[in-house]
Design a protein around this ligand. Structure first.
Ligand code: DX5
Ligand code: ZN
Length: 216
C-alpha cells in the first residue's frame, strides 16, 4: 500500500474553514485529520462537536479524529454520530484501554491509539492485535508548528517489529513536524499515514504541498 496523507485542519484559517476544507476535498488528501483538545490533557483548546458536525457535512474525505482529551471514552457515541471513520484516543488518557477500543469498534469506527513521544511501544504488546492504527506523536501534542522529534524513527522500528511479531494489521500514523524531509524519512521507515498541518497550510499553494507529500 502506498502511504496516505491526512492534512490537519488545526493549521487552517478558522475564518475560512469552508474554503480550506474545499481545498482538501479537491486535493489528493486521503483523510481529514481533526485535532480535539480539552485544555486538560494538553495545554490548549481547539474545537469540538458543533464545529466537527458542520465539517462532516462539507467534506468528502473520511474523518480521522485525534482526541487529545481526558476520558475520551465519554465521547464515543458523539464521535460515532458525527460520522467519524477513525477515532484516535491517547494511551496516556485511557485507564481501561481495552474496553474503550472495543467500544469504538462496536460503534462501527476504526480504533486508533496514540502514543506521546515519551511513551514506549512495548506498552502496546497486549493490545496491538485489537488496533486498526497506532498514531506516533512526533511532537508533544497541543500545538501545530513544532519541531519533529527524531527518536520517533526508532519507535517506528519498534512498532513495525511488534506488529509483525503479533500478526497485527495495525496501520502506523505519524503526527507532528511532518514536512518533505521528515516525511521522506518516515515513509522510508514504513509509516502508512502522514499527518501534516503547518507544512500544508503555511504555503500559498497548500494543494501542491499535499501532492508533494503524496509523491514521497
Ligand atoms: C498537534 C496535533 C497535530 C498538529 C500537527 O498536537 O496533533 O495534528 O496539527 O501540526 P504540524 O504538522 O504543524 O506539526
Ligand atoms: Zn493530530
Amino acid at each position: 500500500m502506498s502511504h496516505l496523507v491526512a492534512p490537519s485542519l488545526l493549521s487552517a484559517d478558522f475564518l475560512n474553514l469552508k474554503r480550506d476544507v474545499d481545498m482538501i476535498n479537491n486535493s489528493e488528501a486521503d483523510w481529514l485529520h481533526l485535532d480535539v483538545m480539552d485544555g486538560v490533557f494538553v495545554p490548549n483548546i481547539s474545537f469540538g462537536f458543533p464545529i466537527m458536525n458542520l465539517l462532516k457535512g462539507i467534506t468528502n474525505k473520511p474523518l480521522d479524529v485525534h482526541l487529545m482529551i481526558v476520558q475520551p471514552e465519554k465521547f464515543i457515541d458523539e464521535v460515532a454520530t458525527m460520522g467519524a471513520y477513525m477515532m484516535n484516543v491517547h494511551y496516556e488518557a485511557c485507564t481501561h484501554l481495552h474496553r474503550t477500543i472495543h467500544g469504538i469498534k462496536d460503534k462501527g469506527m476504526k480504533a486508533g491509539v496514540t502514543l506521546n513521544p515519551h511513551t514506549p511501544i512495548s506498552l502496546l504488546k497486549d493490545i496491538i492485535q485489537d488496533l486498526d492504527m497506532v498514531l506516533l506523536m512526533s511532537v508533544n501534542p497541543g500545538f501545530g508548528g513544532q519541531k519533529f522529534i527524531h527518536n520517533t524513527l526508532s519507535k517506528l522500528d519498534d512498532l513495525k517489529n511488534l506488529i509483525v511479531q503479533k500478526k497485527s494489521h495495525s496501520l502506523i500514523q505519524v503526527d507532528g513536524g511532518v514536512d518533505l524531509d521528515t516525511g521522506k524519512l518516515l515513509v522510508d521507515a514504513g509509516a502508512d499515514v502522514l499527518v501534516a498541518g503547518s507544512f500544508v497550510f503555511s504555503s500559498e499553494n497548500p494543494h501542491k504541498r499535499i501532492h508533494q507529500l503524496k509523491a514521497l
